[in-house]
Design a protein around this ligand. Structure first.
Ligand code: 3PY
Length: 250
C-alpha cells in the first residue's frame, strides 16, 4: 500500500551552515521520536553532499529541488540528475510551480527531467496544481491532467517510483490553504487519472502529497483525507519544531 510522506522543500533558504544545523537538529529530533511516516528534506544543491552523511537515511531521505533537463555537457550553471544522485540524494522535486512560472519549465522539459531523474535512480516528487484564475474558472481538473502528461509517458514500472504533489498555486506562500474537502476532491480526481492510465493497483500505490501553506495547525485535517498521503511543506519545513509538528499529524 502507498506510503504516507512528509517532504520539506527548503526552496532558496538557508546558507550551508544553517542548512547543516537544521538537518542535524531534525535528525536528532526524529531519531529520538521516530516518525510514523516517511520524511524527506529537499535542499538547495549545495547542501546535498553535506546533509546526506549526517542524517540517518532510514529516517530521513534527502532530495534536490530541481535537476537539469540534459544529462551532461556545456550547460553552464546547471546540475544534472547524475550529480544529484552522486551526493547520496534519493529524491528530486520536479515541476514546482515556481519553476514552471519563473523558469518557464514546460510539460516537455519536465518530461526530460523526470526521465533523467529515474535513469539516475532518483525518485521524482512531481508537482502539479492550478493558479487562482484556473480555480476560479473551475478548470483545476483539466490543468492537472495536462500537467500529468510529463509523467504519463512513463512505463507503469517507472511511474510507480513517482511521488505526486498537488500544490494549488494560490495556496503557495499566500497563507491560504485548500480546505480539506477541496484537497480530497482533487486528490481523488488525480488518483482516478492515474487509475485510468495505469490501473487501480498502481493508483492505489501512488502517494499524492498536498502542498501549499501546510502547517502544524492544519496538517491533521488535511492528512485525514483518504486520498491525501502527506504534504510537501514550504516555510514550515525551515524550523525543526514546525516540521516535526506536521510529521506528528500522522
Ligand atoms: C509551499 O508550501 O509553499 C510550497 O511551495 C511547498 O513546495
Amino acid at each position: 500500500m502507498r506510503k504516507n510522506i512528509v517532504a520539506g522543500n527548503w526552496k532558496m533558504n538557508k546558507n550551508l551552515q544553517e542548512g547543516i544545523a537544521l538537518a542535524k537538529e531534525l535528525n536528532e529530533v526524529l531519531t529520538a521520536d521516530k516518525p510514523n511516516c516517511d520524511v524527506i528534506i529537499c535542499t538547495p544543491f549545495i547542501h546535498l553532499a553535506s546533509v546526506t552523511p549526517i542524517v540517518d537515511k532510514n529516517i530521513i531521505g534527502v532530495g534536490a529541488e530541481n535537476c537539469a533537463d540534459k544529462a551532461s555537457g556545456a550547460y553552464t550553471g546547471e546540475v544534472s540528475a547524475e550529480m544529484v544522485a552522486s551526493t547520496g540524494a534519493q529524491y528530486v522535486i520536479l515541476g514546482h510551480s515556481e519553476r514552471r512560472a519563473y523558469y518557464h519549465e514546460t510539460v516537455e522539459i519536465l518530461e526530460e527531467k523526470v526521465k533523467l531523474a529515474l535513469a539516475n535512480n532518483l525518485k521524482p516528487i512531481f508537482c502539479i496544481g492550478e493558479v487562482l484564475e484556473e480555480r476560479e474558472a473551475n478548470k483545476q481538473n483539466e490543468v492537472v491532467e495536462a500537467q500529468l502528461a510529463s509523467v504519463f509517458s512513463l512505463s507503469a514500472e517507472d511511474f510507480s517510483k513517482v511521488i505526486l504533489a498537488y500544490e494549488p498555486v494560490w495556496a503557495i506562500g499566500t497563507g491560504k490553504t485548500a480546505t480539506p474537502e477541496q484537497a480530497q476532491e482533487i486528490h481523488a480526481h488525480i488518483r482516478s487519472l492515474v487509475a485510468a492510465k495505469y490501473g487501480q493497483e498502481v493508483a492505489d500505490n501512488t502517494s499524492i502529497l498536498y502542498g501549499g501553506s501546510c502547517k502544524p495547525s492544519n496538517a491533521k485535517e488535511l492528512f485525514a483525507n483518504p486520498d491525501v498521503d502527506g504534504g510537501l511543506i514550504g516555510g514550515a519545513a525551515l524550523k525543526a519544531a514546525d516540521f516535526k509538528g506536521i510529521i506528528d499529524a500522522f
